[in-house]
Write a protein that binds this ligand. Structure first.
Ligand SMILES: Cc1cc2nc3c(=O)[nH]c(=O)nc-3n(C[C@H](O)[C@H](O)[C@H](O)COP(=O)(O)OP(=O)(O)OC[C@H]3O[C@@H](n4cnc5c(N)ncnc54)[C@H](O)[C@@H]3O)c2cc1C
Length: 480
């Protein structure tokens, strides 16, 4: 038989491509052994990706090698691109991820988008298992009229913009207007409202992107309205985020005392410490005497947006008044009463949850916006897709850890039954990327970008000054 490049043979249980130069080992050594480690691709370098990588890299039986891909040249996902710049301690978790990245058997391939630069078919050639930890990179829609008017934005775009995410570098926000509405009561909504409320002096020593700092310094916003569909007890934000609103230099938080009248079910929910503390803080805001501040932050509860009005640009938002429905504490939901209120405003930021972006060749559950999986094993039409796994995102940074570990445990459990990839050469993927002329960013490359950003920050008194364009990041590497 004539064997040409690309032909595949099936011998025993092992399929082997003639491109694999070390195929001798394939026949000699079981999958997961020292000479024939399990080859795993992790897609996404956020918390879920790193927490999934950790047990895989620690495993000795089977022994694993992990290649982590990210579409950005920079790792850490939302820890870099989501966490607010005035929360530097939270970003310190990247030290844990750097330690994981330093383990034997780990490689980083930044600036590689899976689904376009490399297909799932490409990855299947070089990896025995593929684990998706690609996050939920887009916002849910309100599905109301006017959502696409100029002045109506997603939290993701605003957060990405102030954090210097390259996707949002060229977005603009009309901050020369006076009234902004933030829809949502979670921590991201609080981040958006707080950044809008802060003075340039409060932000200038953070690692906020310079273009955002300059724009926020010129902001004319005077009123920030935060709108939640349920009551004070059900606000999804944490007390820590809520408390920060009382520490703003030039903005006072205000709460309508009527919103603090609790039903008996909502009173029962105060047994939850966070909820209780939130209500205490909101009560303090309702009772505080007015301060002489340029900006005011109004909290609105039991309101849902139903219409954003304006002629080309946002001019007002119509809010339906809600009541809580349900017979059990912690199981209450909002239903409209029929009463509405129209609030004149210039800007709307929606922060009502996130959805994933489908990757070609990977099952996707459109309704939930996620890769369908059971305990991390990817499923299609209810059946497990062999060799594909998914982790995260779930809640806050730390809650991704158990979730990702569950996925890695399933992968390790399945190791013996995985079909070995045909191309088992260590540098198979490197050659593939080179063939496709993709300038991938290695871990060492990332360290150079990191050092350059920190050096730029030092000059202006910030912990780092981010590169906000991919070509700027790559230029740092070419300079060497
Ligand atoms: C705006 C915002 C602020 C937050 N702030 C906090 C906070 O202060 N504290 C806290 O504890 N939690 C916070 N969270 C929650 C926390 O950030 C998430 O729980 C966590 O980042 C989820 O991790 P992940 O790895 O699943 O996803 P992500 O962090 O989103 O990482 C996904 C990674 O996958 C990459 N990727 C996506 N698609 C592809 C592809 N096709 N090919 C290659 N790479 C791809 C992305 O570039 C990204 O790096 C915040 C969330 C948001 C949205």
């Amino acid at each position: 038989m004539e064997i040409s490049v690309g032909n595949s043979l099936r011998i025993g249980e092992v399929r082997c491509d003639v491109q694999a130069r070390n195929w001798e080992n394939v026949f000699m050594d079981p999958l997961g052994s020292l000479k024939n480690p399990l080859r795993i691709a992790i897609i996404g370098s956020g918390p879920s990706g790193f927490y999934a990588a950790d047990p895989l890299l620690k495993s000795t039986e089977p022994l694993c090698r992990v290649d982590m891909f990210d579409r950005l040249p920079t790792p850490f996902g939302l820890v870099r691109g989501g966490v607010a710049p005035d929360h530097p301690k939270i970003r310190n978790v990247t030290k844990v991820y750097e330690k994981i990245a330093a383990r034997d058997g780990f490689r980083f391939f930044g600036n590689v988008t899976i689904g376009s630069d490399l297909s799932i078919h490409d990855l299947r050639q070089c990896y025995d298992a593929i684990l998706f930890a690609s996050g939920t990179e887009t916002d849910r829609h309100l599905n109301i009229p006017g959502e696409d008017l100029l002045g109506s934005y997603t939290a993701t775009s605003f957060v990405g913009w102030y954090n210097g995410h390259p996707d949002y570098r060229d977005h603009t926000f009309n901050l020369d207007r006076e009234v902004a509405v933030v829809v949502g009561m979670g921590n991201v909504a609080m981040d958006v409202a707080r950044i809008l409320a802060k003075t340039a002096d409060e932000l200038k020593t953070t690692d906020i992107a310079q273009h955002a700092l300059e724009s926020l310094a010129e902001s004319r916003i005077r009123e920030i309205h935060i709108v939640g569909r349920r009551g004070v007890t059900q606000a999804a934000c944490t007390p820590l985020e809520l408390k920060e609103m009382s520490e703003l230099v030039d903005c006072q938080p205000r709460v309508n005392p009527d919103d603090l009248v609790l039903t008996s079910l909502s009173q029962q929910e105060l047994e939850d410490r966070n909820r209780n503390r939130n209500v205490e803080l909101l009560t303090e805001y309702a009772e505080a005497p007015p301060r002489d501040t340029t900006r005011t932050m109004h909290f609105h509860f039991l309101r849902s947006p139903i219409d954003i009005k304006g002629d080309g640009h946002v001019e007002s938002i119509v809010l339906a008044k809600n009541k809580l429905v349900g017979t059990e504490a912690f199981q209450q939901w909002a239903e409209p009463t029929g009463e509405t209120l129209e609030l004149p405003c210039d800007l709307v930021f929606r922060s009502i949850g996130y959805r994933g972006i489908p990757i070609p060749g990977v099952p996707f559950e459109e309704r939930k916006g996620i890769i369908p999986n059971h305990k991390g094993r990817v499923q299609e039409n209810g059946a497990v897709v062999p060799g594909l796994y998914a982790a995260g995102p779930s809640g806050i940074i730390g809650t991704n850890k158990p979730d990702s570990h569950e996925t890695s445990d399933c992968l390790l459990e399945d190791a013996a039954s995985l079909t070995p990839c045909p191309n088992r050469e260590d540098d198979a993927v490197v050659r593939l990327l080179e063939e496709k002329a993709i300038r991938f960013v290695s871990l060492d490359d990332w360290h150079q970008i990191d050092a350059a950003e920190i050096a730029r920050g030092k000059v202006v008194g910030k912990p780092r000054e981010r590169f906000t364009r991919i070509d700027e990041m790559l230029q740092v590497l070419e300079a060497d």
